[in-house]
Design a protein. Structure first.
Length: 106
């Protein structure tokens, strides 16, 4: 984290700064990685299936890598998807912990 005039902010490099994934996109991807099924993943996080599919596609575009291998019968994680699913879960766990700490501080 870098301390700037407006407070603490994450370090960002030129190109990646504009394409940072949203928490919603990470949640959608993590749910698909867990369930390996778009409809089940959407139901698990309370999102419509088209919205979930769009969030994952937008995340893939932002990252410049295919995360999900889609076939007519099943959903599989790509090799990059396997690795990044672990990172996404870590980020989401950290956000949940932050929210718990904030709640406890109130």
């Amino acid at each position: 984290m870098a301390q700037g005039k407006q407070g603490i902010r994450p370090k960002q490099s030129g190109k990646s700064a504009a394409k940072q994934p949203s928490l919603s996109q990470l949640r959608a991807f993590a749910a698909v990685a867990e369930h390996l099924h778009f409809r089940d993943a959407a139901a698990a996080i309370g999102m419509s299936q088209p919205a979930l599919s769009g969030a994952v596609s937008t995340l893939e575009e932002a990252l410049g890598v295919q995360l999900i291998e889609r076939t007519t019968r099943k959903v599989l994680l790509s090799p990059a998807g396997e690795r990044l699913a672990v990172r996404a879960a870590t980020v989401l766990e950290a956000v949940a912990a932050l929210m718990e700490e904030a709640e406890a501080a109130r």
